[in-house]
Design a protein around this ligand. Structure first.
Ligand code: SF4
Length: 466
């Protein structure tokens, strides 16, 4: 960090809050946004007569994993029966066709991502077929980021070579922690040399980007053990690092009951682990991008942060291309999310319902949301805080026809404590998140969320901000 967070501040601002991959957040979306609504909004936001087709992002969710990692809260299907994947691909292809029928497929794809689950659960032949099917309908821009999440435990050298041949240029490796006791306890045994060999192959093949995912707060983690993990990560030198907080919620994810309570680090220890990791990464030259993300200074996320064109969507931080983005994002597969021009939509979260909708010839939409003008204003404010770390009141006044100071008087009043703690600087013309405050940017954004008060009184919807 540019400035160090004290234990007192970490405690004070460790409250439940959204990660703001969207605003309004998913719990606010409505079942009344159904398949016909989604079909209509896709049609309305695709103008085949537009001489400058607007760029697109594509996400495909591949939900299968061979076994469950105990820390994981993702929407996954655990199975060793490979025929499930073949059946799923058949439905995924039909969904791709459904959407391609509605979209102006001249639109260049600037971001293409396979996530999961474990995308490399698919065989090489299945991966090739899926990639060719998607790119038959949707055309990749020459500069597109083509990315995939990879689990080194189940991914072969042949699959990595194939990904390179297909045109993937960024690989995101799940690492979490290198300590053997931690790995055994979370049921994810992935020794350092296994990850090292995969990194060497990725580098030898000339992939442009390499991300690592780490998790702090895991069972048996200590400041010393995680220091060793972070130092081993720094030695492997990924371009980007995501450092997530482990949410231990066995009442929501019953498989976490297999983790002994006594193995969980105390809150105080968890904070010290985080603080140590932040210091190690920034001392090693990584820049803090925001939320849980770090990048090398040469990385395009770091450049985007500097140039003010950083953006955030369901895939995390992305680079805004030119003036026209955020690009529309179409998500394919079970539970996948789409977000474009004032709407969000999520696919059915369970396979039977997902299959049933496609069999009925419908888009597999489960819920969604159409933003009001007030939502769009607040979306802009929250994304500016998270991505640019600042607000220019005059610009927002002009764009949305408001007087910022009176429109957001209540929100600004809630920032008083954060101003005193040095997280935010407020003037008559704007708001600036300080280098220290960027660690708490979710807390800075929360007063501008119109829906948060009604949600926090019902049930615990969000994880802790730290
Ligand atoms: S392999 Fe990845 S998606 Fe699957 S259970 Fe483990 S962490 Fe979750």
């Amino acid at each position: 960090m540019e400035a160090s967070a004290t234990q007192t501040l970490l405690h004070k601002y460790n409250t439940a809050g959204p990660r703001y991959t969207s605003y309004p957040t998913a719990p606010i979306w409505q079942d009344s946004y159904d398949a016909p609504t989604h079909e209509r909004t896709i049609r309305e936001t695709n103008d085949r007569a537009n001489p400058n087709p607007h760029p697109l992002s594509l996400y495909a969710h591949l939900p299968f994993c061979e076994q469950r990692c105990l820390f994981c809260g993702c929407n996954v299907v655990i199975t060793q029966q490979r025929e499930h994947a073949e059946k799923y691909l058949g439905y995924l292809f039909r969904e791709i066709e459904q959407v391609a029928d509605l979209v102006d497929t001249r639109r260049p794809v600037v971001q293409f991502h396979w996530g999961g689950g474990t995308p490399t659960y698919l065989s090489e032949e299945q991966m090739t077929r899926l990639f060719e099917y998607q790119t038959k309908f949707f055309k990749l821009a020459p500069e597109a980021e083509v990315a995939i999440e990879v689990d080194p435990r189940v991914t072969t050298r042949g699959q990595i070579s194939l990904l390179k041949d297909l045109g993937f240029n960024r690989i995101s490796l799940g690492v979490q922690d290198f300590n053997p006791l931690v790995q055994e306890t979370i049921h994810r045994v992935q020794p350092l040399d296994m990850t090292t060999r995969m990194v060497e192959q990725i580098r030898d093949l000339g992939f442009e980007g390499l991300n690592f995912d780490l998790i702090y707060g895991l069972p048996y983690q200590t400041v010393e053990s995680f220091t060793q993990t972070v130092n081993e990560v720094i030695a492997l030198n990924p371009d980007r690092i995501a450092l997530y907080s482990y949410a231990h919620v066995p009442w929501l994810s019953p498989h976490q009951n297999q983790i002994p309570e006594a193995a969980m680090p105390e809150t105080e220890t968890k904070f010290r682990i985080l603080q140590t990791a932040l210091d190690l990464l920034t001392d090693a030259g990584y820049l803090y991008i925001g939320m849980d993300h770090f990048a090398r200074p040469h990385d395009e996320l770091s450049q985007a942060l500097k140039n003010g064109n950083l953006h955030r969507n369901f895939m995390g931080y992305t680079v805004q291309q030119g003036k026209v983005l955020p690009s529309d994002l179409y998500g394919f597969g079970v539970s996948a999310i789409s977000g474009f021009q004032g709407q969000f939509a999520q696919n059915q979260r369970k396979l039977p319902q997902y299959y049933e909708a496609i069999d009925a010839g419908q888009l597999p939409t489960m819920r969604g949301y159409i933003l009001s003008e007030e939502d769009r204003l607040r979306q802009r404010v929250i994304m500016n805080i998270l991505c640019q770390g600042q607000l220019d009141f005059a610009q927002l006044n002009q764009q949305f026809g408001i007087d910022f100071n009176s429109h957001f008087a209540d929100s600004l009043a809630q920032l008083t404590g954060m101003i005193e703690d040095g997280l935010v600087i407020l003037s008559a013309t704007g708001l600036q998140v300080t280098p220290l405050g960027r660690l708490f940017s979710r807390n800075v954004a929360m007063p501008f969320d119109a829906y948060l008060p009604q949600m926090s009184t019902t049930k615990p919807t969000f994880s802790k901000t730290v």
